[in-house]
Design a protein around this ligand. Structure first.
Ligand SMILES: Nc1ncnc2c1ncn2[C@@H]1O[C@H](COP(=O)(O)OP(=O)(O)O)[C@@H](O)[C@H]1O
Ligand SMILES: O=C(CO)[C@@H](O)[C@@H](O)COP(=O)(O)O
Length: 530
């Protein structure tokens, strides 16, 4: 069916993902191919020392993104979206969105980026004998309890950003299993929150007498393929204030951007892996067997169909690169040369590849915020060199590209070298890969592994959640998610692969030794630069 007829017949499927810097919408056809797109740029705010997005910014952003998609549909096909076959909502994971009896958020949304939860995360990790990262929702909840915050006793519902949007659109308090695994660990056998940990938590906070139990607060867990409610009339208006969109569309379980990244890269099967590289970076390897022990730097999540995944998560990836690229943009403007940002990125990133493989001794720490993997509670973006280092533009840019995936390398060394995790394929996606071939080659050197990139790399997450929505309504053959992706979506398409060269790997290793040796400089910067 032609794209226009698909849209007019109400057979198109919509995926929306709330990324840290961009809300993206992708419309796909019956063959799961993108046919229209929309987006909205936004930024987190540091309010009273905590990273947040306001509720108004969330809805204004969603509506602008959808309006943008409608405009794209009008421009390309001269038609309007009136009904859809399915919708999926995805977003940045974790964080803290507690709601009270009036269904209003009780404190500003605390995002994944906050590192104020160290005490809670450490105590819970010990209690559960399981690594509980700082950004997990349970850490935020317990930190609020440790802080004696007034609102905690009145919480009625605690969810993630995707869970919140989904609830407002459908009235359903549910969450996809992957996103749920970033609130509280999931038991792979029951495919539900880990009952032992739920009980331990209830016992831990019982003396406070809050009058709720943890299971009263959390969204119901759903695996991919389960029905998760329908778009209500109020929900339709929230999404499309122009009033064209009809209610009634089924929604798939809302997922986190980890699960949608796995889906968009066909990496939900054992021995597959993927790396998301945008504002943050995170690698996700689907495990064949459990790790031998918990590691503070390895986060355990699940695929959208509930298989265990080992994640290395780094809070900082492209923000510092953007800061430098913007500086060069300003210089270009000063010279009176018109600016095309893709060109600025493309020129600087490709030039970086002409630098030395070890960046000539230059080192960068891209820590806009704290970085749990390297033990930094706060961050100060930092560039360091000695007078004798080879200071050139190429080495400078390369040092920052290496920094963007440096922490990822440190964490993955544990998985590959100590745990001997085996993967057949790792696929990269996210904004870092938008300049073809560069982020891919740097990541291949960092992980000492071939890296594949698909054409959809830049919009991966929104496409991923659209695929999960399609899996809900277009899976007449009742295939498993991996089989559906293999046969109905990817059909042998593995993207373009780049293998690491020995010289790049040796260079990256030399860089990372300088990086690790200099971490004290970053610690000193945090201490002294207020
Ligand atoms: N042409 C380009 N080449 C390389 N990187 C790019 C290009 N355009 C945008 N980017 C990077 O993509 C990042 C956004 O990536 P994305 O995965 O969409 O992030 P998020 O989900 O965190 O919002 C930008 O911050 C920028 O660094
Ligand atoms: O924390 C996680 C995954 O565990 C992400 O949701 C978070 O880093 C946000 O990702 P983006 O930088 O928006 O791609």
């Amino acid at each position: 069916m032609e794209a226009k007829s698909t849209i007019e017949a109400g057979k198109a499927v919509l995926g929306i993902e709330f990324g840290s810097t961009r809300i993206k919408a992708v419309l796909i056809d019956g063959e799961n191919k993108p046919i229209a797109q929309g987006s909205h740029e936004w930024e987190n705010q540091l309010v009273d020392g905590l990273w947040t997005y306001s509720i108004d910014a969330i809805w204004a952003g969603l509506q602008d993104c959808y309006t943008n998609l409608r405009a794209d549909v009008k421009r390309q096909y001269g038609t309007e979206i009136r009904s859809l076959a399915a919708i999926g909502i995805s977003a940045m994971m974790h964080g803290y969105m507690p709601f009270g009896a009036d269904d209003k958020i009780q404190v500003p949304f605390r995002t994944w980026r906050n590192t104020n939860t160290a005490q809670a995360a450490a105590e819970l990790s010990e209690l559960f004998a399981f690594n509980i990262p700082l950004r997990w929702s349970i850490s935020h909840l317990y930190q609020a309890i440790l802080n004696g915050e007034e609102h905690v006793k009145d919480i009625k519902f605690l969810t993630t950003l995707a869970g919140y949007i989904h609830w407002q659109l459908t009235g359903e308090k549910v969450l996809g299993i992957g996103d749920a695994s970033g609130m509280l660990p999931i038991d792979p056998d029951t495919k539900n929150y880990d009952a032992r940990m739920v009980e331990q938590f209830d016992r831990l906070v019982a003396p406070k007498g809050f009058g709720w139990r943890l299971s009263d607060l959390l969204p119901r867990v759903l695996p991919a393929g389960e029905s998760a409610g329908r778009l209500t009339p109020e929900g339709a208006k929230l999404l499309d204030p122009s009033g064209h969109l009809e209610p009634g569309t089924p929604l798939c379980p809302p997922e986190g951007d980890a699960g949608t990244g796995m889906t968009a890269t066909n990496s939900v099967k054992q021995r597959t892996g993927n790396v998301s590289a945008g504002t943050s970076s995170f690698s996700m390897l689907v495990l064949e067997k459990n790790l031998s022990k918990p590691y503070e730097v390895i986060d355990m999540v699940t695929t959208p169909d509930g298989s265990p995944v080992a994640m290395v998560h780094c809070n900082n990836c492209t923000s510092d690169l953007n800061a430098w690229v913007n500086l060069f943009k300003e210089y270009q403007q000063l010279l009176g040369v018109p600016v095309d940002m893709n060109e600025v990125f493309g020129k600087l990133y490709n030039h970086a590849l002409t630098g030395d493989a070890d960046c000539g001794g230059l080192v960068a720490y891209n820590y806009f915020s704290g970085e749990p993997v390297t033990g930094l509670a706060e961050g100060r973006p930092l560039f360091v060199r000695s007078a004798g280092d080879k200071f050139s533009l190429a080495n400078f840019m390369r040092a920052h590209l290496h920094a963007a995936v440096g922490v990822l390398k440190i964490g993955n060394d544990i998985l590959f070298k100590e745990e001997k995790v085996a993967v057949d394929r790792i696929t990269g996606h996210g904004g870092l890969f938008k300049t073809p071939g560069v982020g891919q080659r740097i990541l291949a050197a960092a992980l000492n592994s071939p890296i594949s990139v698909m054409e959809t790399a830049g919009e991966g997450g929104a496409w991923g959640i659209a695929l999960l929505a399609s899996f809900l309504v277009n899976n007449e053959a009742h295939l498993s998610l991996p089989d559906f992706l293999d046969s109905r979506v990817f059909a042998g398409n593995k993207g373009t692969e780049v293998a690491p060269t020995p010289e790049d790997v040796a260079g990256f290793n030399a860089y990372i030794e300088n990086y690790k040796a200099g971490l004290g400089i970053e610690q000193a910067a945090v201490k002294w630069k207020k």
